[in-house]
Design a protein around this ligand. Structure first.
Ligand code: ADP
Length: 173
């Protein structure tokens, strides 16, 4: 059982905007109007249609997610989620868990089979990568056990160091 679930989890190093999947997840801010980091890279690669659609949504609270089209991206959809700014308080974990769960729920509701996540909140929002990695993987494994129709969850890291954190955690499970 656990092996079947682990087989659906893949880790990669690289640029999320290049992935040909049903949805890539954007670490957005609550206005959903673009920004720096992965958010900026996704909007640049998707083209202006993405921002136009985001404007019609009217924002997203921290810990929740919204879905749009993928426009010029190879990915069919973008799921925008708003991670917490790291504060060291217990609510960080609840909100980050909410980001993964809300994104995965949207994928399941839209009958998507493949989804890729960046390290939400681990850039300018300052979440420690080891803690965030555990939340990402544990939440995803629990979700996969309840939603067998989801075929693949990819965690893609920009840096070799962050990739190493995911590699070590998956080996330890
Ligand atoms: P946040 O504001 O949620 O912290 P950031 O965009 O600053 O979001 O960073 C989130 C993570 O995304 C960081 O680990 C950063 O290295 C990574 N990242 C930035 N650009 C890309 C990209 N093109 N593909 C994948 N990951 C990226």
């Amino acid at each position: 059982m656990k092996k079947e679930i682990l087989d659906k989890i893949e880790i990669r190093q690289g640029d999320i905007t290049r992935l040909d999947v049903d949805a890539i997840v954007n670490a957005a801010n609550s206005k959903l109007l673009g920004g720096g980091g992965v958010d900026g890279a996704i909007h640049r690669a998707a083209g202006p249609g993405l921002l136009e659609e985001c404007r019609t949504i009217g924002g997203c609270p921290t810990g929740e997610a919204r879905i749009t089209g993928g426009y010029n991206l190879p990915a069919r959809h973008v799921i925008h989620t708003v991670g917490p700014v790291y504060s060291g308080k217990p609510q960080d974990r609840q909100l980050l868990t909410g980001c993964y769960l809300s994104s995965l729920n949207l994928a399941a509701e839209n009958n998507l089979k493949t989804i890729a996540f960046p390290a939400i909140s681990c850039g300018v929002y300052g979440y420690p990568i080891k803690d965030a990695c555990k939340i990402a993987v544990d939440t995803s494994m629990e979700f996969l056990s309840r939603h067998p129709s989801l075929k693949k969850i990819i965690f893609i890291q920009f840096s070799e160091k962050d990739y190493g954190v995911y590699e070590a955690y998956l080996k330890s499970i």
